[in-house]
Design a protein around this ligand. Structure first.
Ligand SMILES: Nc1ncnc2c1ncn2[C@@H]1O[C@H](COP(=O)(O)OP(=O)(O)OC[C@H]2O[C@@H]([n+]3cccc(C(=O)O)c3)[C@H](O)[C@@H]2O)[C@@H](O)[C@H]1O
Ligand SMILES: Nc1ncnc2c1ncn2[C@@H]1O[C@H](COP(=O)(O)OP(=O)(O)OP(=O)(O)O)[C@@H](O)[C@H]1O
Ligand SMILES: [Mg+2]
Length: 289
């Protein structure tokens, strides 16, 4: 089915109107407060963030700047970063008066060195290396400043596993991790970000011309409608297909992506030998506190 057909699907549009219908003033102040508290509870001084010029990092940067004056921003362009994304990032930095709180580090040399050493020109492998180099730089800066690494993943990407494991997924906290992409765009508008950022087509920019919707093969409108019915309403794949008038293979594809990316959302599996294996359920015992 063509994407235009999917976007003009009125059932999807109606559902999206519901999904988007949040009080963004409350969402915004709640999330900034949570960032502030989380930094304090972690005994850290502030937060560091990678700003790409995309809507997720733009929104999270605004929330961080509203949470604390102790924030720092890294721009880490590579040869595949569009110039416009760097300009848009600098525009956001001006908007929040953070001209003395950012650094630009071009990652091309490091990427080239690693790609050469492992003899690869595979765009996916190199793309994931880029994401992990950015993570490495953010953690180095975080330690230098005694800050936390503030992640930018949204609920749609987290559910689909559309991120690099231990790359952009390697962060300390995910402030917008419970907002679908379509909700993040609404929050961007509430935060007075310009439309060209709020509605910028999502792209990891890991290779030239890459866009999330092309790589996944569906629009975020369709993705979010399916995710919402599957995750919040617990509907079956068949029910969603009939509810949204969508080919069952499309719904199945999203369902499979959620299932196959579970490992990215959890700490590494530990093979249990004792009664107290330190797996994802384990918490230190209450009596310790
Ligand atoms: N069942 C399993 N249990 C435990 N580990 C498992 C596993 N299956 C794979 N793995 C491990 O996971 C690795 C694959 O995961 P990963 O390395 O992430 O690689 P992969 O999922 O193949 O690629 C990352 C995807 O995320 C997209 N991305 C990346 C970065 C940023 C953004 C963005 O939106 O900005 C999007 C990127 O375009 C690409 O489509 C495997 O090489 C393997 O090591
Ligand atoms: N050139 C870059 N400079 C700094 N950080 C970057 C850069 N590219 C990616 N990142 C970091 O990796 C994160 C993941 O990228 P991703 O493309 O998912 O997010 P986004 O660009 O903020 O929004 P969108 O998903 O809509 O494109 C970014 O939010 C940002 O924190
Ligand atoms: Mg992007």
């Amino acid at each position: 089915m063509k994407q235009t057909q999917l976007i003009s699907n009125t059932k999807i549009q109606q559902l999206l109107n519901n999904i988007k219908n949040l009080d963004y003033s409350i969402v915004s102040s709640y999330l900034s407060n949570r960032i502030k508290n989380y930094i304090e509870l972690s005994n850290k001084k502030g937060g560091i963030i990678g700003l790409s010029g995309g809507v997720d990092s733009a929104v999270t940067t605004m929330l961080l700047a509203n949470a604390t004056k102790n924030f720092y921003i890294l721009l880490m362009p590579s040869s595949t970063t569009p110039k416009k994304d760097i300009e848009d990032s600098l525009e956001i930095i001006r908007k929040i008066n953070a001209e003395n709180k950012y650094t630009i580090i071009n990652i091309d040399d490091i990427v080239e060195k690693i790609s050469y050493d492992i003899s690869t020109n595979d765009k996916l492998i190199i793309g994931n290396i880029k994401a992990r180099i950015r993570m490495t730089l953010l953690y180095a800066y975080a330690q230098k400043l005694n800050y936390l690494v503030i992640g930018t993943g949204d609920k749609s990407e987290l559910l689909l596993g559309y991120f690099t494991k231990y790359g952009d997924g390697g962060v300390d906290v995910l402030p917008i991790g419970d907002l679908y992409k379509t909700q993040v765009r609404e929050l961007a508008k509430y935060l007075n970000l310009p439309d060209y950022i709020a509605y910028k087509p999502s792209s990891p920019a890991l290779w030239e011309g890459q866009t999330a919707e092309n790589e996944i093969g569906l629009s975020y409108e369709t993705i979010d409608a399916i995710l919402y019915l599957r995750v919040e309403q617990l509907m079956t794949v068949e029910e969603i297909s009939s509810e949204l008038n969508l080919d069952i293979n499309i719904v199945s594809k999203i369902d499979t992506m959620i299932r196959q990316s579970q490992h990215k959302r959890l700490p590494p599996e530990i093979f249990r030998l004792s009664g107290r294996a330190i797996n994802s359920d384990w918490r230190y015992p209450r009596q310790w506190t």
